[in-house]
Design a binder for this molecule. Structure first.
Ligand code: V0V
Ligand code: CO
Length: 152
């Protein structure tokens, strides 16, 4: 062991878990499972054609000020989309984690300078008016990771 102090790593700007994305084949059936089993209600539903998903946000805790934590249920809208490919390979289950930040471009640049591939050159449109960027799962210990800046 070296006596040298560990270098201080500048903070990434990621301050909370925004959501866990879950791939499902039938969004309505999945919504019903979470409602019946846990009493979680849908706060928002949206189709995102760019990402090829129909999705529902179920708020677990927090408030509407952009600081809440959600489950994001994802049903593919087309067979060549990331969620469709994932379902074919793995079946239903956890698809990605999303960390919240107040500056998605800044956080992506910071993390991207640390041997992690940033998949989006510019932030893209995400749920609830958010701006999102994905990191490659092979550079993140097998976890597809999303950075989210909430609207407002
Ligand atoms: C793929 N891989 C994963 C994975 N998807 N590993 C962990 N978690 C996942 N979700 C692995 C896969 O098993 C392969 O490993 C390898 O990565 C390459 O995968 P591929 O599907 O063959 O190839 P690619 O490179 O075409 O696609 C993989 C990536 C793609 C991750 C680059 O799915 C992508 O760009 N995803 C980001 C967009 C997205 O997922 N959108 C849906 C959520 P082996 O077999 O080589 O070992 S939209 C959303 O969350 C929204 C709108 C929101 O929050 O607002
Ligand atoms: Co997401």
């Amino acid at each position: 062991m070296s006596d040298a102090p560990a270098p201080t790593i500048p903070f990434s700007g990621l301050t909370r878990l925004d959501h866990v994305g879950i791939a499902c084949r039938d969004l309505d059936a999945s919504i019903e499972f979470y409602r019946r089993t846990y009493g979680f209600e849908v706060e928002h539903e949206e189709v995102n054609e760019e990402q090829g998903v129909r999705e529902a946000m179920l708020r677990i805790n927090g408030t509407d000020d952009g600081g809440a934590t959600y489950l994001q249920l994802l049903e593919p809208t087309r067979p060549d989309s990331p969620v469709a490919t994932f379902l074919d390979r793995n079946g239903e289950g956890v698809h990605h984690l999303a960390f919240g930040t107040s500056d998605v471009a800044g956080s992506a640049a910071t993390v991207g300078a640390r041997d992690v591939r940033v998949l989006d050159r510019e932030p893209r449109h995400g749920t609830l008016g958010s701006r999102i960027v994905f990191l490659h799962p092979k550079d993140c210990g097998g976890v597809l990771t999303e950075l989210v800046q909430s609207a407002g």
